[in-house]
Design a protein around this ligand. Structure first.
Ligand code: NAP
Length: 504
């Protein structure tokens, strides 16, 4: 079930929002503490969708500031309209809970709720046990996630529970639990009516919960995939993979996992049913020692962007090399004997350097990194896999004029120029010449400042967009064993990225 909270500053806005929410929601939460008094009765009278009534006090993250006794009286008044659910905070004084229970009609069910806006405490089961001692029909535990692992703890709380329970995490780290709670047996999840109408941190629009993640169709058998990164909120991968799953009739969901500390990452992901995931910035190198099996090429290049599980074991591989090759090939058939310059010494730069040999024997490679330490690490790893002449230059000490004179293909493998810093560019554009092929691996925006300026200088340009599509399609095929619906993935990604550009 998807519930949409109604919170507005005028009666008119509240009624308008309610009408819109009823079209999307299975259930409406009437947040009395976030509504003007004159809106209460019209909202409580309306019975088009099941309703939850809450008058949240400040200590539980709400806006109600009065005494508990007056809060109880106001809730009793609301009970006169026979809502389907009434939400009562677990720390409400027992005699007031008793009074509310006596006043409610037979059709009103009680949600006993616990909110924690600071953390996901370790003693969740003890808290749940205490809450169960109240005479409630449904228990609700909502906590703040401070890292990915908090999602795991809250979802595992639902394991084996016969009682109806609502459980998920708030905050940007908590997004996976908002989506996966229904798969884990949670009674409902909340979605905002739209951006800006969130009643709690990290609440995503109900339109995205249904449209992108199909949260209302998720069940225990739905397979789980996702992307680990930090941050991940700008990733378009959930849009393209979820659209592709739906198009080929594959019962799966792809979720963004914001991960800061690895901890027991692989075990934790498996414990919530994850079968495969993409790896993005900044975890492509870090993931390797965590995996049991990494194919030889990816291990030697030192970067994994795709992880899958087979017979209980985790495997890592890299589809960036293939994606970049498809993108470059479409722009230039002859990649033989070129002089490559790569900006960045991270995961993507490693994939491009390792792939350069696959694309066509490079004449030379120059890598520009921010720090000597990471650069030296990169060069040492590359020399293990290739005899191609390679040199490393620290960006701050680089003579770009000389470097570009000796470059045929220039690749940006740094996030410089990516949203939101779209006006950034590491390369002085007056040094670019029409003979340069310029490839920016960034796909958001689809044309970076580097590419725009390179195009104006008469260079051939390649956007990271095609690389993104092809690496994603290869991941999809690896996970599902089905052909990726590439045209649909492209259309979906273009829709998201162009929409974002218009929004900006
Ligand atoms: N099109 C695609 O399919 C695709 C796929 C993956 C990634 N990408 C793009 O590639 C970019 C890098 O991803 P990644 O996974 O390789 O990340 P990563 O492993 O974190 O590497 C990023 C590299 O860029 C350097 N860097 C970061 N900020 C910089 C700055 N302000 N100036 C100079 N260098 C800077 C980093 O330097 P330090 O070592 O000093 O941190 C590091 O060497 C992403 O932002 C993304 O846009 C595209």
């Amino acid at each position: 079930m998807i519930a949409i909270p109604i919170a507005a500053s005028t009666k008119h806005d509240a009624l308008r929002d309610l009408e819109r929410a009823e079209k999307m929601a299975d259930c409406i939460e009437i947040r009395l503490d976030l509504l003007p008094r004159e809106a209460w009765v019209p909202l409580l009278r309306r019975k088009r969708k099941p309703s939850i009534v809450a008058l949240r006090p400040e200590r539980q993250g709400g806006s109600f500031q009065g005494e508990e006794i007056s809060r109880t009286h106001l809730l009793e008044e609301a009970l006169g309209y026979d809502p389907d659910f009434i939400d009562v905070e677990w720390d409400t004084p027992p005699h007031l809970i008793g009074s509310l229970l006596r006043k409610k009609g037979a059709s009103t069910r009680v949600i006993v709720s616990y909110h924690n806006f600071a953390e996901t405490p370790h003693d969740l089961r003890t808290i749940l046990k205490k809450m169960a001692s109240w005479d409630g029909n449904i228990l609700k535990v909502v906590t703040l996630a401070n890292d990915f692992v908090d999602n795991v703890r809250i979802l595992r709380l639902l394991e084996g529970r016969a009682e109806k329970t609502i459980a998920f995490c708030m905050g940007s780290f908590g997004l996976p639990s908002r989506i996966l709670t229904l798969r884990a047996g949670g009674y409902l999840t909340f979605g905002a009516l739209e951006e800006g109408k969130e009643s709690a941190p990290g609440q995503i629009p109900a339109r995205d919960l249904k449209g992108i993640y199909r949260a209302h169709q998720i069940h225990r058998g739905t397979r789980v995939f996702g992307v680990i990164g930090n941050p991940v909120s700008h990733s378009v991968s959930p849009n393209i993979h979820n659209a592709a799953f739906a198009a080929v009739g594959y019962d799966a969901v792809y979720v963004p996992f914001q991960v800061r500390d690895f901890g027991n990452l692989i075990h934790d992901l498996a414990s919530i049913g994850v079968e495969g995931f993409s790896v993005t910035i900044p975890h492509k190198e870090r993931i390797i020692p965590v995996l049991g099996n990494v194919d030889e090429k990816s291990r030697r290049m030192g970067a994994v962007n795709t992880v899958y599980r087979q017979s209980g074991e985790w495997f890592g591989t890299n589809t960036d090399v293939y994606g970049a090759w498809k993108a470059l090939q479409a722009a230039c058939r002859d990649l033989q004997e070129k002089r490559w310059t790569i900006l960045g010494a991270g995961g993507v730069a490693r994939a491009i350097a390792a792939g350069a040999e696959m694309y066509g024997q490079p004449k030379s490679l120059t890598v520009l990194g921010r720090t000597r330490k990471r650069l030296d690490h990169f060069l040492a790893d590359f020399r293990k896999i290739s005899s191609c002449p390679i040199g490393g230059v620290v960006i701050g000490e680089a003579d770009f004029g000389k470097i570009l004179e000796e470059t045929d293909i220039l690749v940006n493998g740094t996030p410089v120029g990516m949203v939101p810093e779209v006006d950034e560019n590491l390369i002085p554009s007056d040094l670019l010449r029409p003979r340069h092929l310029v490839f920016d691996t960034i796909y958001n925006p689809m044309e970076t400042r580097l590419l725009r300026e390179a195009r104006k200088q008469g260079c051939r340009t390649v956007s990271g967009f095609q690389m993104f599509l092809h690496q994603g399609a290869a991941q999809f095929e690896r996970w599902t064993g089905k052909n990726a619906p590439l045209a649909l993935m492209e259309q979906t990604a273009r829709g998201c990225l162009q929409g974002e550009e218009t929004d900006n």
